[in-house]
Design a protein around this ligand. Structure first.
Ligand SMILES: Nc1ncnc2c1ncn2[C@@H]1O[C@H](COP(=O)(O)O)[C@@H](OP(=O)(O)O)[C@H]1O
Ligand SMILES: [Mg+2]
Length: 389
């Protein structure tokens, strides 16, 4: 284990001066704390000197294939939108509702199945542990049968599109088992994968940003993070023009503890090392927040941005694509203030965290490595795994 000394932010003094509402508990401030404009006090961050190259290669492959499946489904939805009737039928078939009312699509399940299968094929499946968002409960019901068949077909098509997997189709039971392998409870010891098969489901359904977010935790620490962001422009989101048909989209960000953060295009360009912004003047900063006002208090972030002197309007993006964009310097600040009572899940931040934190180790990282010792399926306050120094 190597120990690095890095600088952290003046989050404490900042929190004292901010107009915090009663909804803004300390744990809500974790995202504010990744403001890259903050200046220093000291803390230490341990980073494992172990290599996770094999796991990284598997995770990149898994997330890229899952992204391919999601894009196929998105194309079906988009093309169907030209034919209203077909769209309605498709949406009815492909979008269901979970108890928390967030849309759950065929793509969520399909993505989780693909990631699970690929990781198990590429790595030692005996010790495989996956903490993931979906489970197959609804698919096992009578009314889920048709959806399951669609998922099985899409998963098989996706896997066989990769020549290394040949042509050994998965059965419905294989697909259900792959989805349910995500039921691991995780824990503070051993290795556990953490997956959000589609982070930003609402963005996905809108045709906006979403991410396949996959992280590896080793002994309770995030050591690998991979974010596949199929709709994220390869150039900066702060200046992009969504109407430009020439604009290239599809980014894969990845970080291994101790090795920095890289980005490549999802169609396989040479990876480049990315860097967070050097900006130290908040007036010139772009700041990110959730697209969905229901996910974060926009009014509060607006008043904080004003206090910081930020001049530009917020860049509102769904999902952990925000972390990817931060890691390459598209913006300098990410503000997230969930409404009272909402509990963040570990899969909503683990991968994105490392993608940003890896580059920040020698800079102004005011966060401690999370200690995600349980699967967080039922949700826990962010403060349990994101601690502000
Ligand atoms: N009321 C709420 N407050 C905060 N976050 C919420 C929320 N409802 C859902 N989310 C989370 O916000 C994630 C999307 O992030 P963002 O707001 O950055 O786009 C969702 O991920 P899923 O789409 O995987 O469910 C979900 O976990
Ligand atoms: Mg999510």
């Amino acid at each position: 284990m190597a120990t690095f000394t890095v600088s952290s932010g003046t989050i404490n003094s900042l929190t004292r001066t901010l107009p915090l509402t009663k909804n803004t508990k300390p744990h809500s401030l974790f995202s504010l704390s990744i403001s890259l404009t903050l200046k220093a006090s000291k803390f230490t961050l341990r980073a494992s000197s172990m290599s996770y190259d094999k796991q990284l290669a598997a995770a990149k492959k898994a997330a890229s294939l899952a992204a391919r499946l999601c894009q196929v489904i998105l194309l079906l939805i988009i093309s169907a939108s030209f034919l209203k009737k077909v769209q309605k039928a498709l949406l009815q078939a492909d979008v269901q509702s979970k108890s928390d009312k967030s849309p759950v699509t065929v793509a969520d399940y399909g993505s989780q199945a693909v990631v699970s299968v690929v990781l198990q094929k590429e790595l030692d499946s005996a010790s495989f542990s996956l903490v993931a968002e979906e489970d197959s409960g609804d698919l096992r019901k009578e009314e889920g049968k048709e959806t399951l068949q669609r998922i099985m077909k899409l998963v098989n098509e996706t896997l066989t599109s990769d020549e290394t997997y040949g042509n050994a189709p998965l059965s419905e039971e294989d697909v259900l088992a792959a989805i349910d392998s995500g039921r691991s409870v995780g824990g503070p010891s051993g290795q556990h994968w953490v997956l959000d098969p589609i982070d930003g489901t609402k963005g996905f359904v809108r045709g906006d940003q979403y991410a396949i977010a996959l992280a590896l935790l080793d002994e309770g620490k995030a050591v690998l993070g991979v974010l596949a962001c199929p709709n994220l422009p390869l150039s900066s989101v702060a200046s992009h023009n969504p109407q430009d048909p020439q604009e290239k989209v599809g980014c894969l960000f990845y970080a291994q503890v101790g090795s920095g953060t890289y980005m490549q295009s999802l169609d396989g360009s040479t990876p480049i090392k990315v860097h967070v912004t050097d900006l130290d003047n908040p007036e010139e900063a772009a700041f990110f927040e959730s697209f969905e006002a229901a996910h974060s208090l926009h009014d509060l972030s607006s008043s904080i941005a004003k206090k910081l002197g930020v001049r530009a309007p917020p860049v509102r993006i769904d999902s952990q694509a925000k972390y990817g964009a931060l890691s390459r310097g598209d913006g300098a600040i990410y503000l997230r203030f969930p409404h009272k009572g909402y509990r963040e899940k570990i899969w909503d931040h683990a991968a994105g965290y490392l993608v940003v934190a890896e580059h920040l180790r020698f800079r102004s990282l005011p966060l401690k490595v999370p200690t995600p010792y349980s699967h967080e399926r039922s949700g826990r306050p962010v403060s349990l795994f994101w601690q502000i120094i």
